[in-house]
Design a protein around this ligand. Structure first.
Ligand SMILES: Cc1ncc(COP(=O)(O)O)c(C=O)c1O
Length: 435
């Protein structure tokens, strides 16, 4: 157990004033276990007791350059002097939008928001407004934020409640969501060519959108089968359905142009957040002009007091420059491969059956001998052993999520030395877990 002499009294205070002591359900790890972080720099973070961790959670993805990157910080601090929010267009907002249109393949027009949740909510509304249809398709195990329409069959839903593959049941995530909203969603297994084709053929007259994480950013980074995303693209073309890529985790992480570039498929709309601000709250949704132009006063509503505020725009502007000026994400992928190969070797040497998943920049592994292509395959995963290994890692100062569904994120500050250190500790942690 790590020292919690200073962290625990702070968390005890947190429990009195914040529900469960946290500002997001997923951050709560227990009354005596939830960490209290005071600082981050590069690929490392420190808790209130001075315990140091190499960070593979990276705030669940936003940190792409590194914690407290001085270039991003400097840009934000400098811009603060100009003020932040004017309820009006700013030149900086135009500059950032121009950069996005240049960097993201097929991006024509966009709008800024502050969170991924807002981005997917508005993207869905835009698709409904464009097609004049109301239902949408999402995929089991995918998470698209905390608004009601998308809180069905996410990564945290019990697989046992999802029904048969041929007749999947949308599983509502928690209380507080009106039952009738379930009527607006079809939840399907990912990577299943026939299931999606059947659903579209049966229901296309009512389906406005297909909302998809191009790779499973909330299920160990599982990638699409070859041809799967183009299959979705052609079904959407044929049946007048808006294809929405939720790139909140993949955008500015897989490649500068996100999953569109990495997998070579252009959706009608994409949503972005996380890496776009390297930890500052900024998000966007955008795509084809003909679809996006349905937004406007009296037609489709998109609004937000803080959209494109100066802090977000200064951060995004700096991040886009850093990503464009040198091959940050390509270099990152090389180190991601080093990590992936190393983890794979340790598990193989230890005789642990496993499946390596994901793109090097957002990767994971599952402890199972069965191939994994979608969330239902996780029923075979040995989550207890995974969690034990990750707890051993945490005690040795390496923090990756203890839940195998959440991928390992890398940032530009994860050097070869940091990765080698991680692999040494991983080897020890696996050995200890098997004793
Ligand atoms: C793929 C995806 N979409 C949307 C969201 C929601 O983003 P936010 O937490 O910024 O609202 C998340 C959050 O993790 C996500 O992983």
């Amino acid at each position: 157990m790590l020292n919690r002499e200073k962290s625990q009294p702070i968390f005890d205070r947190a429990l009195k004033v914040l529900v469960n002591g946290v500002s997001s359900n997923f951050r709560y790890l227990g009354e005596k276990e939830t960490p209290v972080i005071v600082r981050g720099e590069g690929a490392r973070i420190w808790d209130a007791d001075g315990n140091e961790f190499i960070d593979y959670r990276l705030g669940w993805g936003p940190i792409i350059i590194g914690h407290a990157d001085h270039r991003v910080n400097h840009a934000v601090i400098k811009h603060l002097e100009n003020g932040t929010t004017f309820a009006a267009t700013t030149e900086l907002e135009v500059i950032v939008a121009e950069k996005l249109v240049k960097i993201v393949p097929g991006m024509e027009k966009l709008r800024f928001t502050n969170t991924g949740t807002e981005a997917t909510m508005h993207a869905l509304r835009t698709a409904r407004g464009y097609t004049n249809k109301e239902k949408f398709i999402k995929f089991e195990g995918q998470y698209h934020g905390a608004h009601d329409y998308v809180l069905f069959s996410t990564a945290s839903s019990p697989i046992s409640a999802m029904g048969a593959r041929t007749s999947p049941i949308p599983v509502q995530v928690g209380s507080g969501i009106p039952h009738k909203i379930r009527d607006y969603v079809y939840c399907l297994p990912f990577n299943d060519f026939e299931a999606i084709e059947k659903c579209v053929k049966d229901h296309h007259g009512e389906v406005a959108a297909m909302l998809v994480e191009p790779c499973l950013g909330n299920i160990a980074g599982i990638e699409p089968k070859s041809g799967y995303l183009s299959h979705l693209r052609s079904l959407c073309n044929e049946y007048n359905i808006v294809l929405i890529f939720d790139e909140v985790k993949t955008g500015f992480r897989l490649a500068n142009g996100g999953a569109r570039e990495a997998y070579g498929v252009i959706p009608d709309i994409s949503t972005y957040a996380k890496s776009l601000g390297n930890g500052l709250p900024v998000a966007a949704f955008g795509g084809k002009t003909k679809v996006m132009d349905v937004i406007g006063g009296g037609s489709v509503t998109h609004a937000g007091t803080f959209g494109a505020n100066g802090v977000s725009m200064a951060a995004a502007n700096a991040v886009l420059d850093i990503l464009s000026d040198s091959p940050v994400l390509k270099d990152l992928a090389e180190r991601g491969k080093r990590l992936k190969t190393g983890l794979d070797n340790v598990l193989t040497d230890a005789g642990i059956p496993h499946q390596m998943c994901g793109h090097p920049n957002i990767q994971g592994f599952l402890i199972t001998d069965k191939p994994v292509k979608e969330v239902r395959d996780l029923v075979y995963s040995n989550d207890v052993l995974y969690e034990t290994i990750m707890q051993n890692m945490y005690n040795r100062g390496i923090w990756a999520e203890s839940d195998p569904r959440e991928p390992w994120f890398l940032c530009a500050a994860h050097t070869d030395e940091i990765i080698d250190d991680t692999l040494n500790k991983f080897q020890e942690s696996v050995k200890t877990a098997l004793q």
